[in-house]
Design a protein. Structure first.
Length: 202
């Protein structure tokens, strides 16, 4: 038995190469435990919808207002020939109705032609009725103050649009009717807006 000590030679290069191999990402992936597989179950599962990227989204055009999109186009005005033919047919039909009425009432004379004064009188009577004129005695007058205002305003529009195109009598009648209806309107609205008077103390 010899006393010479025994030496074991260790190759450090192999150890270093082994360490580098273990530290590589592929080695780490191999050593990492695999994620457990999903267990199939009959219950509900969360499903994530794939949303398009901002670049893939469609460009939205500004929506047009519904009124502008569905607004009907105005009907074309009738031609001069159409107007002439319709006027002739209307006059003939109106004459037949008048003849039938006179046949049943022999004493009835021919109807006078409609004039501008008739139009003013029609507005005047409408305004009076709307402001309660013509109610039976003992009945409470029914007042439509908003309707009366519309009638008076229509007469004002008529006076504005026919200015300079009326005879002296027509213009005088229109201005007189407007003045009278406006005065009645002021009286009624003044009574409506008056504060209620408390009853006298006993």
């Amino acid at each position: 038995m010899s006393d010479t000590p025994k030496f074991e030679v260790i190759d450090r290069r192999k150890m270093k190469a082994q360490e580098e191999q273990e530290n590589t990402p592929s080695a780490k992936r191999e050593t990492t435990p695999e994620a457990p597989k999903e267990q199939s179950s009959a219950g509900p599962r969360l499903v994530e919808e794939s949303r398009p990227k901002p670049a893939e989204q469609a460009v939205e055009t500004p929506a047009q207002p519904q009124e502008a999109a569905h607004e009907p186009e105005p009907a074309p005005a009738p031609t001069a020939q159409e107007t002439k033919e319709q006027k002739a047919a209307y006059d003939a039909s109106a004459q037949r109705i008048e003849d039938m009425a006179r046949a049943q009432n022999p004493g009835m004379g021919a109807q006078p032609p409609v004039t501008f004064e008739h139009l003013i009188q029609q507005f005047y009577l409408s305004g009076l009725i709307q402001m309660g004129v013509g109610a039976q005695q003992g009945e409470r007058p029914q007042i439509d103050i908003l309707g009366a205002r519309s009638t008076i305003d229509l007469l004002g529009v008529l006076a504005e649009k026919t200015r300079g195109n009326l005879s002296a009598n027509e213009d005088r009648m229109l201005q007189s009717v407007l003045y009278e209806l406006r005065m009645m309107f002021l009286e009624i609205t003044g009574m409506i807006s008056m504060p209620s008077v408390p009853p006298p103390k006993k």
